[in-house]
Design a protein around this ligand. Structure first.
Ligand SMILES: Cc1cc2nc3c(=O)[nH]c(=O)nc-3n(C[C@H](O)[C@H](O)[C@H](O)COP(=O)(O)O)c2cc1C
Ligand code: SF4
Ligand code: FES
Length: 556
C-alpha cells in the first residue's frame, strides 16, 4: 500500500540549506571536543568567540553536524544573552562590545549616565554598547566589561582608554597557589577520605552538627542533602552552581579568587561522599578570569591529586540569571534552554541526565574542609547567640567600605554598616536596604536591627538568600529602586510560565506610572507568587510588596 503512495513533488529543497564550507569550518572549530548533544552550548561559545556572532548558516552547519533540527539549535542559541544569532546578510557585531552593568548598585552609582554618554561618544558600527545585569563587581560600582576586561569604578575616561588600547581580555586574580595550599595541609583530608581513614557517616555527622546550610540561597542543611542523595541508586552525579547571578552577590567570586583549592577540596569530598565519578562545574560567563583559573588549576589537580578517580567537567554559562536555579542549571548543562523543571522530583532524585544529583553552591563546599579539620564547633560557634556559623555578606551600595564581610550569622545591617563597612558614605543617611539581593525584599532603616540569617526575615516578607545586602540612602528614590529590580526580573524571566512572563512585564508598566495603582499591583504580585513555577516568579513581587508595606508614605 505504502509504495503506491506517490511522493509529492517538491520544487525546492525543504528546510534550511546547509553550506559545505560552513560545515567544514564548524567541524574544524569543534574538533578538539567530542561530539555530544550536551555540549551544544560549548560549541555555540566557540562559534560566538571566533566570529563575534552566530550566523544562521553556521548554526545550520552545527545542527547538521550534531544531527539535531535547526529549530532546536536556534531555540537554545537565542535563549542566552551572550549569543548573537544573526542573519547571513547581517554584519557581525563590531570588534568591541562594552557591557555596562545596570543592576541596582551600579545604577545607584551612576551607570545610567555612563550608558548615555557612551552611546553619544561611539559610533554603533565601531563600538557596541549593551546593558548587562550584575557582574559581581558591586563593591566597585559602577562596573562594566570592555570585551572581557572588567573595569571597576569605571568612568568615560577609563572605558575609552581600554577601547583605544584594545584592552579586551580578562585577567586571572591569583590567590593561594596549589603548592601553598598543599604545604598547609591541603588535600590531606581528601586523601584520608580516599584512603578509608575517615568514613562518610562521620563527615555527614560533623556537617549536620556544624549547621552548615546551602549558601546558594535556599539554606537547606548540607549534611541532610548528602544523606538524601546517598539514599538514591548509583550512578549519582555532582554539580556545582557557580552562576552567582543574584544582583548584589559576589562572595563566590571572592572565595574562588582567594583560595580556589579549598573549594576544590570540599567539592571533591562531597563527590566522594555520594560516590559521584563525574562532577560538573557550571560557571557564569561573566567571570571569564575565574573560568581561566579553574581550567588552569584543574590541570594541576588532575595530575597531582585526583588522577583518574573523578572527571571534572566545566560548563560555561551564557548570560542567563535563571540558570542559577538548580533545575534550570541542569537543563543548561545538558545543552538546553535554562527552563526550570517542575518539582518534585527534586534534583537529588532526578537530576543531571536523569541521575540523582548532589548540587551545591560554591561557598557551601568551600567550608567542608575547615569544618572537618577544626571540628563542627569551630563553625557553629561563630554565629551570634541563637544562630549557627559565620555568614559571608556581600555588602554594597551607599557605604564607605563595601565588600564581602565575613561576620557571625545573625549580624544586623546596622552592625554591618557601622562595624564592618566604616559607616555610610559622607552626605548619605541610611534609608533602607535589600537584605537578600533582588528577590529578598526591601526593608527600611527603622528595621535595621533584624538579625540577618536564614529564617529570620520571612516574617517581614523578606529572606536572606545568598546574603546580598544593598544599602541605599536618603538620596535614593524608592520607586526607582523597585523599578530597577522589576526590570531585572522582566529581562531574566525564562518565559516558560504566564504569571511570571506576563506578570513581570505588567508590573514594570504599572511601576513606570507616576501614582502606583497599589491594589492592582498587590493583586498582580499575589498571583505571581501563587502561580509561578519557580523562585524567580514567586519572589519577583517581594520588592513591590515591601515598598507598599514599609515605604508607603514615600511612594511618589
Ligand atoms: C531564580 C533563582 C536563582 C538562583 N541562583 C543561584 C545562583 O546563582 N547560585 C546558587 O548557588 N544558587 C542559586 N539558586 C539556588 C539554587 O536553586 C540551589 O538552591 C542551590 O544551588 C543549592 O546549593 P546549596 O544547597 O549549596 O545552596 C537560585 C535559585 C533561584 C530560584
Ligand atoms: S517563574 Fe519565571 S523564571 Fe521561573 S519558570 Fe516561570 S517564567 Fe521561568
Ligand atoms: S556589578 Fe553592578 S550591581 Fe553588581
Amino acid at each position: 500500500m505504502l509504495d503506491k503512495v506517490k511522493k509529492k513533488f517538491v520544487p525546492y529543497p525543504k528546510g534550511r540549506e546547509v553550506k559545505d564550507d560552513s560545515v567544514s569550518e564548524i567541524k574544524n572549530l569543534i574538533a578538539h571536543l567530542s561530539l555530544k548533544r550536551d555540549l551544544l552550548i560549548e560549541y555555540l561559545h566557540l562559534i560566538q568567540d571566533k566570529y563575534r556572532c552566530i550566523s544562521k548558516s553556521n548554526l545550520a552547519a552545527l545542527s547538521d553536524i550534531m544531527k539535531i533540527p535547526f529549530s532546536e539549535a536556534f531555540e537554545v542559541a537565542t535563549f542566552y544573552a551572550h549569543f548573537d544569532v544573526v542573519d547571513d546578510s547581517q554584519a557581525s557585531p563590531p570588534d568591541i562590545t562594552i557591557r555596562v552593568c545596570d543592576s541596582l548598585t551600579c545604577e545607584l552609582s551612576g551607570s545610567e549616565l555612563i550608558i548615555n554618554d557612551l552611546k553619544k561618544k561611539y559610533d554603533k558600527n565601531t563600538v557596541r554598547i549593551l546593558r548587562a545585569p550584575c557582574m559581581g563587581l558591586c563593591d566597585h560600582a559602577p562596573a562594566c566589561e570592555v570585551g572581557h576586561n572588567h573595569l571597576k569604578k569605571c568612568t568615560l575616561a577609563s572605558i575609552d582608554k581600554a577601547v583605544q588600547e584594545k584592552s579586551v581580555h580578562s585577567s586571572i586574580v591569583d590567590g593561594i597557589t596549589f603548592n601553598e595550599y598543599k604545604a598547609n595541609g591541603g588535600y590531606q583530608l581528601l586523601k584520608n577520605c580516599y584512603g578509608g581513614k575517615i568514613s562518610v557517616d562521620k563527615i555527614i555527622e560533623e556537617l549536620q552538627k556544624s549547621g552548615l546550610k546551602g549558601m546558594g540561597g535556599a539554606g537547606f542543611p548540607a549534611g541532610k542533602k548528602w544523606e538524601f542523595v546517598r539514599m538514591e541508586k548509583s550512578p549519582r552525579l555532582m554539580t556545582i552552581n557557580g552562576d552567582e547571578g543574584e544582583p548584589g552577590t559576589f562572595k563566590d567570586k571572592y572565595y574562588l579568587e582567594k583560595d580556589i583549592h579549598r573549594f576544590f577540596e570540599g567539592m571533591l569530598i562531597a563527590a566522594w561522599a555520594v560516590d559521584s565519578r563525574d562532577v560538573y562545574i557550571y560557571m557564569r560567563d561573566e567571570y571569564p578570569g575565574i573560568l581561566k583559573k579553574i581550567f588552569r588549576e584543574i590541570d594541576v589537580l588532575e595530575k597531582e591529586i585526583i588522577k583518574d578517580r573523578v572527571k571534572i567537567h566545566v560548563r560555561r554559562g551564557a548570560g542567563a540569571y535563571i540558570c542559577g536555579e538548580e533545575s534550570a542549571m541542569i537543563e543548561s548543562i545538558e545543552g538546553k534552554r535554562g527552563l526550570p523543571r517542575h518539582k518534585p522530583p527534586f534534583v537529588s532524585k532526578v537530576g543531571l541526565f536523569g541521575k540523582p544529583t548532589l548540587n551545591h553552591n560554591v561557598e557551601t563546599v568551600f567550608w567542608v574542609r575547615d569544618i572537618i579539620e577544626k571540628g563542627y564547633e569551630w563553625f557553629s560557634n561563630q554565629g551570634k547567640p541563637g544562630h549557627k556559623g559565620p555568614h559571608s555578606y556581600s555588602v554594597s551600595g551607599r557605604v564607605k567600605n563595601p565588600g564581602v564581610k565575613f561576620a557571625p550569622a545573625g549580624t544586623t545591617v546596622n552592625e554591618l554598616i557601622n562595624n564592618y563597612c566604616g559607616g555610610m558614605l559622607d552626605g548619605h543617611k541610611f534609608y533602607g536596604y535589600l537584605p537578600g539581593g533582588a528577590s529578598g525584599g526591601i526593608l527600611p532603616s527603622t528595621m535595621g536591627d533584624i538579625p540577618l540569617d536564614f529564617g529570620t526575615l520571612e516574617e517581614y516578607g523578606c529572606f536572606i538568600g545568598s546574603g546580598a545586602i544593598v544599602v541605599f540612602s536618603d538620596k535614593d528614590d524608592i520607586t526607582k529602586v523597585v523599578l530597577n529590580l522589576l526590570k531585572f526580573f522582566e529581562d531574566e524571566s525564562c518565559g516558560q510560565c504566564t504569571p511570571c512572563r506576563v506578570g513581570t512585564e505588567k508590573a514594570v508598566k504599572l511601576l513606570e506610572k507616576k501614582n502606583w495603582d497599589k491594589n492592582l499591583l498587590d493583586e498582580l504580585v499575589t498571583m505571581m507568587g501563587d502561580a509561578s513555577i519557580c523562585g524567580l516568579g514567586q519572589a519577583a513581587g517581594n520588592p513591590i510588596k515591601c515598598a507598599i508595606k514599609y515605604f508607603g508614605s514615600d511612594l511618589k
